[in-house]
Design a protein around this ligand. Structure first.
Ligand code: FAD
Length: 645
């Protein structure tokens, strides 16, 4: 639809850029105040393919509930079947059906979408114009003057003519150009991941649901709809399906580990095809477009300023594509910008409006900066183990489940734009962050042990299929309910303790360690906080404690006095040593006693059945340093250096 609206001299809000972030913000503002006058200035005249195609659940919620896009998205874009990870062997030679795999069997109940950006932005542009938002395509912003007490002015070139408009609020949504943010020196590259990326859209990629064996195909409803991940030494690869038949394929390299990350098209394709399974998927594929960035991440000072300008999307900050968090940051930024801009415009008392803004701005920025830092910590827990099925699978399941129980839930409940709630929960966030750092150390140490014992790749070729969906089945339908903070803290702690125990089991090389009830009862939150690097030297004490517990439980079932000993061998042969003290039991009685003891020993437990340690956590959380989430606080632990590949 061609814009026929006249250009006025004055607007309430001017948005530079009409990509995803700017288009969504304009729509959100207008849906909440139909009288607001908005202009969007977009340099480009065409809708091009863009990166940022896979969304996650908070973004899905944002699209459906806050932008009213359900009808459009379900009719015009692809639903997403969550994240899926395939684990290749060391020389990248496994066919896909022989690789171990972590992913869902069915599409999760909270919607997320795979976006073909050109058609998405084209549709949003039409919708915004229908809502009476002025969008000028081919309008390049050439300069601006900030004057928050009166009005900002914006200069742009449109149809070969120079124009100037004024506005009360100016929002930079100009992507990496960062028209306002760069001039205001908002960016920093300190303490961010050193990752590069290359990507392209391909036609003719084979269908994930038609390759492999029938048995393998029967294992999941649609792998095609997932964001499918492969990994190699220091890098990972994504496959994202798009509704126009193309597949988005890209690689992200950790530059501290990959010496020459591919930044040219031929190197990129050659790198992908080093993997036998990927070469097969791409056998008949043709590349349609290509792009590469030598450095992905940067930080921004925030999303909003007391001088009545803001930034969203790429113009505000960018962390990393792993876990697809870019859309969530846009959703949070836009929610907060909408709240602040509309409240400010509605307040006729300018002095009071400025005071309200001064109070709200730090919170709005902290919300987004917190999210950036927390996601960074979780990414640093995941990156080192992407190649190792044994560790990556439980870590990924844990990250997914904790995303649902914390970030996504908080987002859906509106807690990220409720500053009272946000302030009250400051110590909880610091506590959760502290736990992530403990988890990181244990993950890195476990990886070191697996590498030194040549076990890091053993489970990759088992062809196992693990789904983390079991972990969120207890609360998935309650997500977004308000007032369930204590319940959520409890579940999150239990998820943490289970994942910690599973990782520790890998470190110790003991089968079925983490899910055993006996282990979970002893290696519980208080013990983890006491021994966060739990290892072989701590095992004898654990075995004694578990033996005492099992003795006590067994004693409830018999009149004989019993004594149980759990040894390392008990983990592989599923048997404990049982002796009867004092009066003798006959052979039949002894057999029953042993059977009962082994039965108790073999019992597995779902994480939800663990004892609650909320008060212990609250104490721990209050002890965490106030600056633990400071942007300059190290997120990547030194131990990571031990794990160089
Ligand atoms: C490798 C990679 C993978 C990613 N994967 C994901 C993912 O899977 N999921 C996810 O959620 N996010 C992902 N992201 C993040 C995502 O791409 C961004 O969050 C998103 O594209 C930002 O959109 P935007 O609207 O801010 O920027 P853009 O889409 O870049 O839009 C900015 C617009 O501003 C216009 N503009 C620029 N200069 C001017 C000017 N002077 N005047 C007027 N207009 C101007 C441009 O023409 C452009 O249209 C990924 C990012 C990268 C780098």
């Amino acid at each position: 639809m061609i814009n026929t609206q006249p250009i006025m001299e004055q607007y309430d809000v001017a948005i530079i850029g009409a990509g995803w972030s700017g288009l969504a913000l304009a729509r959100q503002l207008k849906r909440n105040n139909s009288d607001i006058r908005i202009i969007q200035l977009e340099a480009s005249t065409e809708f091009k393919a863009k990166i940022g195609e896979a969304t996650v659940e908070s973004t899905g919620h944002y699209f459906l509930k806050k932008l009213g896009l359900a009808n459009y998205l379900y009719r015009n874009q692809l639903p997403k079947n969550a994240l899926r990870f395939f684990f290749d062997n060391e020389d990248y030679s496994l066919p896909i059906e022989k690789m171990s795999e972590q992913g869902t069997t069915y599409i999760p109940p909270h919607p997320a979408f795979q976006l073909e950006r050109a058609s998405f932005e084209s549709a949003l542009t039409d919708m915004n114009r229908e809502d009476d938002i002025t969008i000028l395509q081919g309008a390049r912003v050439t300069g601006f003057e900030l004057d928050h007490q009166n009005e900002h002015t914006v200069n742009f070139k449109y149809q070969d003519e120079a124009h100037q408009i004024s506005c009360k609020w100016l929002v930079d949504a100009s992507g990496r150009a960062g028209v306002v943010a760069r001039k205001m020196k908002s960016y920093s590259r300190e303490n961010v991941p050193n990752h590069s990326s290359a990507w392209g859209r391909f036609s003719g990629v084979k269908d994930f649901d038609s390759v492999g064996t029938q048995e393998w195909r029967d294992g999941a409803s649609s792998r095609f709809l997932s964001t499918n991940h492969f990994s190699g030494h220091g890098y990972w690869i994504w496959f994202i399906p798009l509704k126009n038949g193309q597949t988005s394929i890209g690689i992200v390299c950790d530059k501290t580990k990959v010496k020459n990350p591919p930044l040219k098209q031929a190197d990129f394709i050659a790198k992908l095809k080093e993997h036998t399974a990927i070469a097969d998927l791409m056998e008949h594929a043709e590349i349609d477009d290509f792009e590469a960035w030598g450095q992905l991440a940067y930080r921004g000072k925030g999303i909003v300023n007391r001088e009545r300008w803001g930034a969203t999307g790429f113009a505000s900050m960018f962390l990393d594509p792993l876990l697809s968090g870019g859309g969530d940051v846009i959703a949070m930024a836009n929610d907060n910008l909408t709240k602040l801009i509309l409240a400010d415009l509605a307040n006729t008392d300018r002095e009071a409006a400025q005071m309200a803004l001064d109070e709200a701005v730090p919170y709005a920025n902290e919300v987004v900066n917190y999210y950036y830092q927390f996601l960074y910590a979780q990414l640093m827990n995941l990156y080192p183990v992407l190649e190792c099925a044994e560790l990556c699978s439980p870590v990924m399941a844990y990250i997914n489940a904790t995303y649902f129980i914390t970030s996504a839930w908080d987002y859906m409940a509106g807690n990220f734009s409720d500053y009272e709630h946000f302030a009250k929960n400051d110590f909880i966030r610091r506590g959760n962050y502290g736990l992530e750092m403990l988890m990181q150390r244990q993950i890195l140490e476990s990886l070191d042990v697996l590498r030194s014992e040549n076990r890091a790749f053993v489970r990759n070729k088992e062809g196992f299929f693990e789904t983390g969906a079991d972990l969120y089945k207890y609360y998935i339908y309650q997500m977004g309910n308000k007032g369930k903070d204590g319940y959520r803290i409890d579940l999150r702690l239990k998820l943490f303790a289970e994942c910690f125990a599973i990782i520790t089991g890998s470190k110790l090389g003991l089968p079925n360690f983490g899910r055993r009830r006996m282990v979970q009862n002893v290696l519980n939150l208080p013990m983890i906080l006491e021994k966060p690097t739990f290892g072989r030297e701590d095992l004898p004490q654990l075995l004694v404690s578990m033996s005492n517990n099992l003795t006590q439980e067994l004693q409830q079932t018999t009149e004989h006095t019993v004594l149980v000993k759990i040894t390392e061998a008990s983990f592989s042969n599923e048997m404990v040593e049982v002796s009867v003290v004092g009066d003798k039991a006959d052979a039949k009685q002894l057999k029953i006693i042993k059977k009962t003891a082994n039965g108790i020993w073999m019992r597995q437990q779902e994480y939800i059945d663990q004892v609650s340690f909320v008060p212990v956590f609250l104490r721990y959380a209050r002890q965490q340093p106030l600056d633990i989430m400071d942007p300059m606080h190290p997120v990547r632990l030194e131990a990571n250096e031990l794990c160089e590949v």
